[in-house]
Write a protein of this length. Sequence first.
Length: 170
Amino acid sequence: MDLRELEAARDAFVASIEGLHEAQWRFRPSPEQWSIAEVAEHVALVSGAIGLMVRGPLLSAPADATHLPDEAKVRARLLGRTHKAKSPDRFLPRGTWSSPEEVRREFVVSREELLAWLRHTDAPLRSHAMPHPALGTLDGVEWLAFLAAHDLRHVAQIEDAKGAVGYPAG
């Protein structure tokens, strides 16, 4: 896993929420879809939790010797956006942060903590794995690929919202 993938996903997410005013931040493309604020909160919650999991519980969970890693499959599943998944309850938006700046700050801090750890660790991430509710067991490298792809999947969702009918002008 090239750390530049996580850095690029971080930068794309930050750029997608930069400079939004309140009406844009709260805009919902349809009643069934999340607002940009809700999407951003979800991304920040998932990012923080996976960063902590990779640095903690994952390292206590040895991978099964039969596990065949496939980051490309993980990326394709998320980036294709044809498969819709329901978020686990703990990652549903609840209005934790009120502005793009607050979400950005939380997201960047948690991502930077993970990146700093990854730059200095020699933990064998391939040797540890934990289950994902929809994708099955993922090793540490696959979890990192998931994280970057998850960010980008939701950046695309945010950009779709910005292009939706009724999106407030700047």
